[in-house]
Design a protein around this ligand. Structure first.
Ligand SMILES: [Fe+2]
Length: 309
């Protein structure tokens, strides 16, 4: 199948399905990074991805992302060594990076997050897959996620998400919580004094979506509202049709303290009488920052219909 132009979206899936790489021997799915085994070609792929993304992100990534990147030992010319990252990250926010083969089961993923361990794909995509692959690799995970893990608010929020994920699994409400993660940690935008900025890793690690999410008139941009987000489907196969915008990154702190159990019941109550929102929908109660034209999604649908998909 031809990859969609947006491409990076599947990389943002974490813990939503076990990967194809197979189960490693350790119960927590961690593996050694084996940094010395990376080939010159693999380091070259990193360099290509790093250089094109760092050229795009000034004026697009939020200040906290830029600060995190500045303070981490992430170099353009080689895949980062997790042990070196951890020497900086752990004293800052208590987080550490652990290597995994690819996607890991939900319970394993949440358990790592609940203990401030971020599971990162050990592998890197190949040179012919720069914009598309099925599982998060070291570029998505490190370049996209780790700078924001240097931020204390995001650090607390992702740990809380891990704890919440373990609870949601027992309650059968994981799809609702996953939407919160998707529209924040992966595809979140934030309002800064100097304009809209990216903080989501799925966007920050994507050459195409880091432009689309801010510049294209097609998607909606709507102020973040927790209940609204929990009732909204998302795209895993293409650019998002809606982005939710935080007024301040610090709003995640409040979100980390939310008791979700009553909210799950409230969502179930609402969904019994009203349909959930599709990604292209606007709700009457939305605080709309930009009402999208939907032109990109319409073109994609048309192209797919022409190709019989
Ligand atoms: Fe991700």
């Amino acid at each position: 199948m031809t990859a969609p132009a947006s491409a990076a979206v599947p990389m943002a899936l974490h813990g939503l399905a076990a990967g194809s790489a197979g189960r490693p021997a350790s119960a927590d799915w961690t593996i050694p990074q084996r940094w010395s085994d990376y080939t010159p070609q693999e380091h070259a792929v990193w360099q290509t991805l790093y250089e094109r993304q760092t050229a795009l992100l000034p004026g697009r990534a939020c200040d906290d992302f830029v600060a995190g990147m500045r303070d981490l030992p992430i170099r353009p010319d080689r895949i980062p060594h997790f042990a070196e990252l951890n020497e900086v990250l752990k004293p800052r926010t208590g987080w550490e990076i652990v290597a995994v083969p690819g996607l890991v089961p939900d319970d394993v993923f949440f358990n790592h997050l609940a203990h401030r361990r971020f599971p990162s794909g050990q592998f890197i995509r190949q040179a012919h897959q720069l914009d598309y692959l099925q599982e998060p690799d070291v570029f998505h995970d490190v370049f996209g996620h780790v700078p924001m893990l240097m931020n204390p608010v995001m650090a607390d929020f992702i740990q809380a998400y891990g704890e919440g994920g373990l609870r949601a699994q027992k309650l059968g409400t994981l799809p609702l919580l996953a939407r919160v993660y998707w529209y924040t940690v992966e595809f979140g935008l934030v309002q800064q004094a100097d304009g809209l900025r990216i903080y989501g890793a799925g966007i920050a690690s994507s050459r195409t979506e880091s432009v689309f999410c801010l510049d294209d008139p097609s998607p909606h941009r709507v102020a973040f509202d927790l209940m609204r987000v929990m009732r909204t489907h998302y795209r895993i196969d293409d650019f998002q049709e809606i982005y939710f915008v935080l007024d301040h990154l610090d709003d995640l702190l409040e979100l980390a303290r939310v008791d979700f159990e009553p909210l799950y019941r409230q969502v179930a109550y609402l969904t019994a009488s009203q349909p959930e929102f599709l990604p292209a929908d606007l709700a009457p109660t939305d605080r709309v920052l930009h009402s999208g034209t939907g032109a990109y999604a319409a073109r994609q649908r048309q192209a797919q219909a022409q190709h019989g998909r």
